[in-house]
Structures are given as structure tokens and as C-alpha cells.
Ligand binder design. Structure first.
Ligand code: PDD
Length: 282
């Protein structure tokens, strides 16, 4: 039973109650990370810590501890919970203070919470893929920050689930941005395209790793915007996110992608991504 959490500086039992004036709870005033754990080892932890630091800077939140220390505490949490396969959820809110929109007084400390959750590897999804729906991207203009404000993402994902799809792919007008909780890649004539890492998308850690793997595999990848039409007429489409890693998308709304089967480029990347943590095990 994964029953311990990190609460500020301490690992305690998971019977902690949320303070009603925690700004994360009231305003979504905070940031978070989700880190994959494979065979008891967090994957790409340093990259997640760097993104956390960036998110904190962008919303002017003082992290209560150095991320090096946080990293060790998260590793300890994984150990005491005996987590083999799953995720670490980490969030830092701007703290507990009387509910006023502006920042609280300088002596209000950010609140850090982390817990682990067992989740099996999504090998079936990686191998066989799923379908997606399209929906308008109604989020704010700082999607590059991993903040707790996820209501548009929640609504989009719900639409996917109600349509038996695994994801909702978002578009601003004609431009595909990303998905409700993942990044989107398309493949056309052997070349990959994904939205540039600007303020319209979260620069996924998985996305960044895929770009690196493409480079190593000699696959041409363009960080360029593409349209809904390009998506629907792509040879292959896949999404990427922590723990899902890479999932082929075989159909978007009513349009079958390519021949309706996971494509060769996607399969190659699924294999390459797997070897990142399988290599560690060996
Ligand atoms: N979501 N884009 C959005 C909007 C996301 O929420 C996520 C991840 C990603 C992929 O990022 P990464 O590869 O770093 O996981 C892209 C996490 C998993 C979540 O909110 O649960």
C-alpha cells in the first residue's frame, strides 16, 4: 500500500487534510510535475526538476527547497512506498493565507506535497494505440507553465472519454497545439512535425526526449506548426506524455489515420523509448 506522502519537509502518513485556504486549492495558484517510475527508478528526474524550477520562476513562486534536496526526498518516498511501476505526483502551491487574489505576505511559505501512485506500464496502448477527438484549445496564453489550472484540460479529456477516445487533440483555430495531457506528433513522408515549444504548449519532458531520440535515429523532425488538415491527412499520429510515453493515434474523430495501424516511425520510437528504462534494468 503506497501510503506515505511528502508534506513540505517530511514523509508522513497520507491522512493529511488540505488547508481550506491553500492557494493551490482556492486559486489553482501553484505548479506541479508528474514523474514516471520504472522498476523503482524515477525516469528523467533532473529534467522534471528543471521544468519545475522554470514554472516556479514564471509564476514568481519561491520554491521552499533546492530541487536537489527535493529530488532526494522524492527518491526516498518511492523507496518507503515500495513503488516499482507508477508515478510521482508533486505539487507546490503558493501557500496558505487569507483568501486575497494578490500574493500573500512574504513570510507565507510555499506548500510542497508529493505522493506516489502505482500504475502499470501502458504497453498495450503503446503497441496498439487508440483514437482521439478534436476540440478547440480554450486555454490561456501561458500553456508552457505547468500550473494547477487544468479546467480546460479536464473538459477536453472528458469529451475524449465520452467518445471512447484516449485523448482530446487541441487546436487554436486551424493550428494543432497539443492534447489535453500530452504532446502531439505527426509523421508525413517519413518526417515528423510537432508544435514548437512556445507559450501555446507545455514542452513535455517526453517530447524533448523524443526529439533527442529522433536525432540519434537519424529521423528528421521539424518543430513547426501544422494544421488540423495536416493532422487528419498524416501518415502517422502519436501522442507523448509521462508514463503513457508514446501512444499511436489510429483515428481522429471519424478520420482514420494512414492505414489505421500503428506506423513504422511510431513503432521505432516506442522501441527506442522503452530501451531508455530497459537499459537501466540490464
Ligand atoms: N501531463 N501537455 C500537457 C498539457 C500535459 O498535461 C502533459 C503532461 C504533457 C506531456 O508532458 P510530459 O511529457 O512532461 O509528461 C503535454 C501530465 C502527465 C499530467 O498532467 O498528468
Amino acid at each position: 500500500m503506497v501510503n506515505n506522502i511528502l508534506y513540505n519537509d517530511q514523509i508522513v502518513k497520507r491522512d493529511h487534510v488540505v488547508e481550506i485556504e491553500d492557494r493551490g486549492y482556492q486559486f489553482g495558484d501553484g505548479i506541479y510535475e508528474v514523474i514516471g517510475v520504472y522498476d523503482g527508478e524515477p525516469l528523467l528526474m533532473d529534467e522534471h526538476m528543471r521544468r519545475l524550477e522554470r514554472s516556479a520562476r514564471e509564476i514568481r513562486l519561491d520554491l521552499p527547497a533546492e530541487t536537489d534536496k527535493l529530488k532526494k526526498q522524492l527518491q526516498e518516498l518511492v523507496q518507503v512506498n515500495g513503488l516499482e511501476e507508477g508515478i510521482i505526483y508533486l505539487q507546490v502551491s503558493r501557500g496558505v493565507a487569507p483568501r486575497l487574489h494578490e500574493f500573500p505576505s512574504a513570510n507565507t511559505k510555499a506548500v510542497t506535497v508529493a505522493y506516489t501512485r502505482e500504475e502499470p506500464r501502458e504497453t498495450d496502448l503503446e503497441d496498439n494505440g487508440g483514437t482521439a477527438v478534436l476540440t478547440e484549445d480554450i486555454r490561456w496564453l501561458r500553456c508552457d507553465i505547468k500550473t494547477l489550472n487544468l479546467l480546460p484540460n479536464v473538459l477536453a479529456k472528458q469529451k475524449a472519454v465520452e467518445n471512447n477516445a484516449i485523448e482530446a487533440i487541441l487546436h487554436r483555430g486551424d493550428t494543432v497545439t497539443e492534447a489535453s495531457a500530452s504532446n502531439v506528433f505527426i509523421v508525413k513522408d517519413g518526417k515528423l512535425y510537432t508544435h514548437p515549444a512556445d507559450n501555446y504548449i507545455l514542452n513535455g519532458i517526453t517530447r524533448q526526449k523524443i526529439l533527442q531520440l529522433c536525432d540519434e535515429l537519424g529521423l528528421k523532425v521539424y518543430e513547426e506548426t501544422y494544421t488540423v488538415d495536416d493532422l487528419l491527412n498524416a501518415d502517422e499520429v502519436f501522442i507523448s506524455a509521462t508514463k503513457t510515453d508514446i501512444a499511436p493515434i489510429l483515428k481522429v474523430d471519424d478520420k482514420t489515420i494512414g492505414n489505421g495501424m500503428p506506423g513504422d516511425v511510431t513503432k521505432q520510437l516506442v522501441r527506442a523509448f522503452r530501451s531508455l528504462y530497459e537499459k537501466k534494468k540490464a
